[in-house]
Write a new protein. Structure first.
Lengths: 1047, 579
């Protein structure tokens, strides 16, 4: 027996308490720590698991802890002997929520992964799904970087063209996302990754399933907690654009390259560019101080006689810095949980807010949760989960080409943010293109608002009908009511601007109900244990929207006039829509175990979906899996260092019906914009007509994904080292694709049809190592890795997607991965006229004027036939990473804890479409510094860009390899340092512990990608839009401080 | 006893869910839409025909997005005018239209795909009418002829507008079920059949003036003949049209008294509109979100964003100096041989605040209805102020387009509430002046030079009507308009042909036909390279541009070639040579 501390103080009522500490298997624990709460008094158990300790009084609380086990607190009371059974920490977590039930992790045969909720919560984000990045092997996630934006999560990669979105089940209710959830309410998140575990969700399981359960109370354990943090975010990487003087140089070099006299409405016509004092007075540009046109008395900011005067920003406006801001975020969460043996409850209130990284954007969310359960007699339980949130998003919400961030590429540096009177300046200044002042966009859209109220909840009843037979009925709803308003303000400073205004309103709701009834029978007969589940489920979904708009609010453009009635009824519009879906299912599952070491699981689900025509409406989704707990075998008992070893194998089939609910129907529409015509020549009215809206396909049926999964779970050294390895082969057949139809067929929405098969072969690997000592030092490190290889395997699949300003840039072809970048390969430059003459003809290049072609890209003649044409396009890169890995390190020393989380994404390419705007001659706008300093010249033939040439409209007119870049990156995602106080002052104010922490997010990124952020899984264009950068706000660096307080 | 309870509970619960799921539970048909069967009625089939007409005002393709609107209409300014010596892309640097203007097209150019899809959506809408008409009960023979006649005429029109751009095309008709058809031939025979059907079966008049009547079909047919150099057939038909043709309203075809009444909303379709063969009927403020207005021309207004100028954006489709020079007259007649030897004065490089006196030499009055230039009244918007209305003079010159522009008096009532760039000013797809000029051409080609001269003089006589001149506020002509008829007999066929073709350019300037005419006449390369050599002295953006033999056709959109590849990799659509 080793005594760490002796309580030598002569306490008033010191007495000795003895006892034993054992694990839940009955094994006595040696060296478990026993401590008197709030003191330094403590001891360890001896070789027989026994302890003896002096306690001061009856209210004393003893804390029992042991590495790998849950800490336990016991009030001594009048006991003198206490037998403590510690629950293995992993064991506790190992109750895993699976489809329609729970299972011991040890008995799992499928591939199910859990996210560690506390460490997940170290990533501050509005949407839960953003927090998964790098946390779970096989799960890929990313965020949107819009305030309150939706996260993006995919399980085991992209295998379908339609949607690979996982099904999200929250407390048994099918939902369409986690966005409004309060992450602090989460008890557990489990991912059903393979088909054998997801098959119980049949029709909707192909993208994997995320099962989220929210916190419930614990009987006789009242707990009040507060969690909060405050942080600030800032964009730290901006595109590298030319300044005012540099743009002048670039324009002059471009003129020289084109062999024409330089001329710019701003920089003049001289031998070298001259930066003017004023870029706009009335309609003139390029003005010098003293010009009568710039007399401020001429300034008029009104549609009658509008006359704007704008000074040149001679140093240059950094538009990206102007449009972004240091953005605060805060989160506050208060929860209370507890209960008696008759009822348990968990209540929480949450508030989250964040300012956007773009100015004048804001998001906040109020949420409340009440989960409770009541017992009626011994056999019947009722309960409910109820969550409500109110969300508000204000400001500009665009991503992509029209977004403020993208306009910053197009605004020249010479344009200041404001004119001489403090109104917005813009591209109205001649020669500055048609970019819009992004600060003006953001400011004017600051009061555009999207609000929604979401109610997500379920009521359930459970009855133990006879021993082992559990009946459960669960009715859940996901209701969302949305309201949005948007005002288009005047923008007279824009080159294509005007004084017209429009106000639009939209409102609607989505309602999804899930009604589930299950019977579950568990029985143990000798060495045989059975668990049988049978159930039915119906899901209904309805979406109704209503909206309208009016125009003509000028000059009364402020928010107090924002009602439809104030607008001009001439040109007003209105609309409504309704959509419905339904799903009916019957399912069952059998779990069988023999002697606790041979496991067998089989499920079958039959689903009927309204999205398919009656003949192909139903699908059957079976699965079977087996496990062998090798470590339970007698021959393994002597191998002490192996704590557990299990082999798993499973095969199952799941479906995907995530296509438009109208897919089977062909119909005409009656649309004033598209099918009405002024046949009588009234000039202001139309006669209604019809045109084909959609061609349906009655044969389109379930996309099916079958997965063969092999798994190995290994734990060594008292579970200090753990490994979970899954190998899978996921085959998706009857892929649902909306193939681009020949234009000759006309314009209509084409149906999704079943075209082919794809295959994802992959590995999920999770490695964890924890230190042994508990007293002072503790450390743990884990790696999880996701890798898959995607391939289209059935013959005849070949189509293009992902339209940019050029043709579609992604091609899906048999034998290749889905959505590979496709186009011409650049092969250096034409360095001389002779090279032009000798080279194959090139698209858009006039061989007869070699002086024009010299310095331009040479595109590779892949087939060597002497002409570069569409047949010479080739695969230029893959949007699929070769692997992604998350590295998590936890270190604790005394009361300090440190968490470091890094993330490595390797091996994918990005099609950087922003270069279309910034790196080559195109629309007038701003240009990158690359273009000025690394374009081809006779002296710099080893350049990255072609010769500067004002008349070069060819270099960016086809998709080619210059746009394709490495998307690999390594990022320090999170560093968090915490300090926990659980004695002294804290106890005196009635709290049991207080933890404070400081944290940094995205501290550094190592990447070769030239854009501001290579983390762009979700570009808002669906999975088929994978990997194309259309310009978006990058992930920021963030610092924050937070506290967790427990009473 | 206990077991009973259990089974009771169980049965009720399970049945409850099952009971909800009757056989209709999974039937969730869409609302607010029309099945094909529902439209197999008289009203339904007429509505589908209206849907085909809706193709005339464009922008059907792309789910109603305004992207690509400029080529999704019968305004042919992109393919027919900025490609020619009439007009330029205009505005300022760059974009997909610059490649078109400089004849540096690649098949990836999005405008090509937009145009292709637009034309074939029109064809599809017509095919729907033709396919469904036989299954509509209760239609009289006349009604059936009417429906089919209109649909087939429109189909011919859509094919025509695709043919002049892409050449060989896949033929898709009402019987087609496999849309992976090859583009092996020019579709003139099919177009002729459609238009002839329309000509033979359509009535002369309709209650609704927007419909295609017998004569419109005849004119289209004559045009199709002309494009094939079938001058004899064309002449016969044109003679009939000129002597007996009438508008849908029943007005005998004739030139309107005033040239510009063709481009004025109030006179279009009025009881004096004897010139409309087929208009794209534009309308605004009709709950169509602006998509029924003049979308195709929405970029082609003076630039500047002010209410004091029409549209306010975006300065595209600027006339060339070459076109402006072409309106110079000597003894009232044009310079047929070298119209650029002398130039019409312009305000290039001169601030609007600086003084400027417009050209004082003799000019064809049609110039100032075709081109907006400094100092000349721009409809009722006051004198064109020059540089202040031009987006970038140094880039694309000092001129503005004019025919598509609406009057200030129409602002707010005949312009869309949400966008001043959309108005009810129709695109005249074909007007009677075009017919007369085709007739003149056919006569000259057939050796009837004097008849040709008569037709040309008819055109010039109308242009010479002083009532139709652009006038200053004090009622005086805005410039020195001198125009005369060809009084000397035509004896030289080459000269006569030159005069007819020149007249066609002057009369139809900026109306989007010029490039196709040049190609049709087989003089595109020489004309356009001569034009480039001249115009490049004014416009640096044309430097290095050259028209090559293969530019007589545009490339088949790469997206269409890619989309029609067969599963075995066979290419269905063949690219035009040179691309």
């Amino acid at each position: 027996m080793i005594l760490l501390h002796l309580s030598l103080g002569a306490a008033l009522a010191q007495r000795t308490v003895t006892g034993t500490v054992s694990d839940d298997q009955g094994e006595l624990l040696i060296g478990a720590s026993v401590q008197v709460k709030g003191t330094t008094t403590g001891t360890l158990t001896d070789v027989d698991g026994r302890f003896s300790i002096q306690v001061p009084e009856e209210n004393t609380v003893l804390i029992f802890s042991y590495v790998g086990f849950e800490r336990m607190e016991i009030v001594v009371g009048n006991q003198s002997h206490i037998e403590v059974i510690l629950q293995s920490a992993s064991q506790l977590q190992e109750i895993i929520v699976v489809g329609y039930g729970t299972q011991k992790k040890a008995d799992l045969t499928g591939s199910v992964a859990s996210v560690d909720v506390p460490s997940m919560l170290t990533r501050p984000a509005a949407d839960l799904t953003q927090m998964f990045q790098g946390r779970v092997a096989g799960v890929v996630s990313s965020g949107s970087n819009q305030p309150g934006g939706n996260g993006y999560v995919r399980i085991r990669g992209i295998s379908s063209f339609g949607s690979n979105e996982p099904l999200v089940i929250i407390d048994g209710v099918q939902t369409n996302g986690t966005n409004s959830l309060n992450p602090n309410d989460i008890e557990s998140v489990n991912f059903l990754k393979d088909a054998s575990s997801a098959a119980i969700y049949g029709a909707r399981g192909a993208g994997g399933v995320i099962i989220i359960t929210t916190k419930k109370g614990v009987p006789n354990k009242t707990r009040i907690t507060y969690d909060g943090y405050y942080g600030v975010s800032k964009v730290i990487r901006y595109p590298d654009m030319v300044n005012t003087a540099e743009l002048g140089q670039l324009l002059w070099k471009q003129a020289a390259g084109a062999g024409i006299a330089p001329s710019s409405p701003q920089y003049g016509k001289g031998a070298s560019p001259v930066i003017p004092d004023y870029i706009l007075a009335g309609s003139s540009g390029g003005l010098l101080e003293g010009n009568p046109a710039v007399d401020p008395s001429k300034y008029v900011y009104d549609q009658n006689g509008f006359y704007q005067i704008v000074r040149a920003n001679k140093e240059g406006t950094d538009w990206f810095k102007e449009l972004t801001q240091t953005a605060p975020a805060q989160s506050h969460n208060l929860s209370a949980s507890g209960g008696s043996d008759r009822a348990i409850y968990n209540l929480s209130l949450g508030y989250y807010s964040e300012d956007g990284l773009q100015k004048y954007t804001f998001y906040d969310r109020y949420s409340a949760r009440a989960n409770s359960e009541f017992k009626l007699g011994k056999r019947i339980r009722f309960g409910e989960t109820l969550f409500g949130s109110f969300r508000k998003r204000k400001g500009s919400a665009d991503n992509g080409e029209g977004a403020p961030w993208s306009h910053a590429y197009r605004m020249q540096a010479i344009v200041p943010v404001y004119d001489i009177m403090g109104n917005f300046a813009g591209s109205k200044a001649p020669g500055t293109g048609n970019g819009a002042n992004p600060v003006a966009i953001l400011y004017r859209e600051r009061n555009n608002t999207e609000k929604d109220i979401r109610i997500l909840g379920s009521v359930y009843a459970e009855a133990d009908l006879i021993t082992g037979l559990l009946f459960r009925s669960n009715y859940g709803i996901d209701f969302n009511n949305n309201f949005s308003k948007a005002f288009r303000d005047v923008n007279p400073e824009h080159s294509e601007g005007n004084f017209q205004t429009t106000y639009s309103l939209q409102s609607g709701y989505q309602f999804r109900s899930t009604f589930t009834n299950t019977l579950n029978y568990a029985k143990q007969i000798g060495n045989h244990s059975f668990n049988v589940l049978a159930g039915t489920e119906i899901v209904e979904y309805k979406n109704e929207q209503l909206g309208g708009n009016r125009s003509g609010y000028y000059p009364f453009t402020d928010e107090s006039f924002w009602v439809l009635d104030r607008g001009n009824p001439v040109g007003q519009g209105n609309f409504s829509s309704l959509g419905e879906e339904a799903l009916f299912s019957v399912f069952g599952r059998i779990d069988y175990a023999f002697a606790g070491k041979y496991l067998l699981n089989a499920t079958l689900r039959r689903d009927g979906s309204s999205k398919f025509a009656p003949d192909v409406r139903y699908g059957n989704f079976p699965s079977i899996s087996a496990g062998w707990k090798i470590s339970q075998e007698n021959f393994m008992q002597d191998i002490r260092f192996i704590s557990s070893l299990k082999l798993r194998a499973g095969y199952g089939v799941v479906g995907n019906d995530q296509i438009d609910g109208n897919n089977q129907f062909s119909f005409y529409r009656s649309d004033p914009a598209r099918s009405f015509y002024d046949i009588t020549g009234t000039n202001t009215s139309t006669v209604s007509g019809y045109d084909l809206d959609r061609k349906g396909n009655l044969n389109s049926k379930w996309e099916e994904t079958s997965t063969l999964n092999l798994g190995l779970d290994l734990a060594l050294f008292d579970h200090r080292f753990e490994m979970n390895l899954d190998l899978y082969n996921k085959k998706t057949s009857d892929l649902l694709v909306q193939i681009p139809r020949p234009g000759a067929e006309g314009d209509f929405t084409a149906p999704f049809v079943n075209v082919g098969n794809s295959q994802n072969k992959g590995i999920d690997l999770m490695l964890t190592y924890r230190s042994k000592a508990a007293a002072k030092w503790y450390y743990a490190a884990s790696v999880n890795m996701t890798a898959y290889k995607n391939k289209v395997v059935s013959s005849g699949v070949d189509f293009f997607t992902n339209t940019t300003r050029n043709s579609p840039v992604s091609r899906t072809l048999t034998g290749q991965a889905i959505g590979m970048f496709y186009g011409y390969e650049t092969n250096g430059f034409f360095n001389s006229g002779e090279e032009v003459a000798a080279a194959p003809t090139q698209p858009g290049i006039n061989k007869n004027s070699p002086q024009q072609a010299v310095g331009r890209w040479k595109l590779k003649d892949q087939d060597g036939n002497g002409a570069v044409n569409a047949n010479d396009r080739t695969f230029l890169g893959s949007p699929h990473p070769k692997f992604q890995a998350g590295f998590n390190v936890d270190v604790a020393y005394k009361n300090f804890d440190l968490n470091v989380f890094t993330f490595w994404n390797y091996g994918n390419q990005i099609y950087n479409n922003t270069k279309w705007w910034t790196d080559m001659n195109g629309f007038t706008g701003n240009r990158s510094r690359r273009m000025l300093y690394d374009s081809w010249t006779p002296e710099n033939m080893n350049a990255s860009l072609p010769k500067l040439d004002a008349n070069d409209n060819v270099s960016n007119s086809v998709p080619h390899s210059y746009f394709v870049e490495s998307g690999s990156y390594f990022r320090a995602k999170t560093v968090q340092l915490g300090y926990t106080l659980n004695e002294g002052f804290i106890n005196r104010v009635g709290a049991s512990s207080l933890r404070i922490y400081l944290q940094g997010q995205n501290l550094f990124t190592i990447t070769e990608y030239s854009g501001p952020d290579p983390d762009l899984l979700d570009v808002g264009r669906g999975d088929i839009g994978l990997g194309v950068d259309h310009g978006r706000v990058p992930n920021p660096r963030q610092f924050l401080a937070g506290i967790n307080l427990v009473f | 006893m206990k077991n009973h309870k259990i089974y009771f509970l169980l049965a009720v619960s399970m049945l409850f869910t099952n009971a909800c799921v009757d056989k209709d539970f999974l039937d969730r048909p869409p609302v607010g839409v029309f099945s094909e069967d529902a439209l197999k009625t008289k009203a339904g089939i007429n509505g589908i025909l209206i849907g085909a007409y809706a193709g005339l005002n464009g922008s059907m393709y792309g789910n109603g997005s305004s992207a690509g609107a400029d080529v999704n209409t019968f305004s042919n300014w992109v393919f027919g005018s900025l490609t020619s010596d009439d007009g330029q892309k205009g505005a300022d640097v760059g974009g997909s239209r610059s490649n078109i203007e400089r004849y540096e097209l690649t098949a990836d150019n999005s405008k090509l795909n937009d145009r292709w899809a637009f034309c074939y959506d029109g064809v599809a809408r017509c095919n729907d009418v033709i396919r469904l008409t036989p299954s509509v009960e209760g239609l009289s023979d006349t009604e059936i002829k009417n429906l089919l006649g209109q649909a087939r005429t429109l189909r011919g029109l859509f094919y025509f507008h695709a043919t002049v751009i892409f050449g060989r095309l896949p033929w898709i008709d009402e019987k087609t079920t496999d849309y992976y058809q090859k583009n092996e031939r020019l579709l003139w025979p099919e177009m002729e059949a459609d238009l002839k059907f329309g000509f033979d079966n359509l009535p002369e008049t309709f209650a609704e003036l927007g419909r295609v009547n017998k004569w419109a079909a005849g004119v289209m047919l004559a045009k199709v003949y002309m494009y094939q150099k079938k001058f004899t057939e064309a002449k016969a038909l044109l003679d009939m049209i000129i002597s007996s043709g009438k508008t849908t309203k029943g007005i005998k075809y004739a030139l309107m008294a005033k040239y510009h009444d063709n481009f004025k909303i109030e006179t279009q379709g009025s009881n004096t509109d004897s010139e409309s063969v087929l208009d794209a009927q534009y309308s605004v403020n009709d709950n169509g979100r602006g998509f029924n207005g003049g979308l195709g021309e929405n970029l082609n207004f003076p630039h500047g964003g002010l209410p004091t100028q029409p549209g306010g954006c975006c300065g595209y489709h600027q006339p060339s100096q070459d076109l402006v020079n072409a309106y110079q007259t000597k003894d009232g007649l044009p310079y047929l041989d070298n119209h650029n030897a002398q130039e019409v004065k312009n305000d290039q490089g001169i601030e609007s605040s600086a003084p400027f006196t417009p050209h004082t030499g003799p000019l064809d009055p049609r110039l100032d209805w075709t081109v907006g230039r400094r100092g000349i009244p721009y409809l009722d918007w006051g004198p064109h102020p020059g540089k202040a209305w031009i987006r970038d003079q140094a880039y694309a010159g000092p001129f503005s387009p004019k025919k598509n522009v609406y009057y200030k008096a129409n602002e707010g009532t005949l312009t869309e509430g949400t966008s001043r760039q959309l108005s009810a000013n129709n695109t005249r797809i074909i007007r009677f002046a075009d017919v007369i000029l085709l007739a003149a051409e056919a006569e000259v080609e057939l050796g009837n030079l004097e008849k040709g001269r008569e037709y040309v003089n008819q055109i010039r006589r109308r242009a010479a009507n002083p009532d139709g001149f652009v006038k200053n506020p004090d009622g005086t002509p805005a410039a020195n308009y001198v125009i005369a008829e060809y009084t000397a007999p035509w004896t030289d066929k080459a000269m006569a042909l030159k005069a007819v073709r020149f007249e066609r350019r002057l009369e139809l300037g900026m109306e989007g036909q010029r490039f196709f005419d040049l190609v049709r006449w087989g003089i595109a390369k020489e004309t356009l390279n001569a034009y480039l050599a001249y115009e490049v002295t004014k416009r640096a953006n044309l430097k290095g541009a050259a028209f090559k033999d293969h530019n007589i056709l545009f490339p088949v959109p790469q997206r269409q070639i890619d989309a029609t590849k067969l599963p075995d990799g066979t290419v269905t659509l063949t690219q035009n040579p040179g691309y």
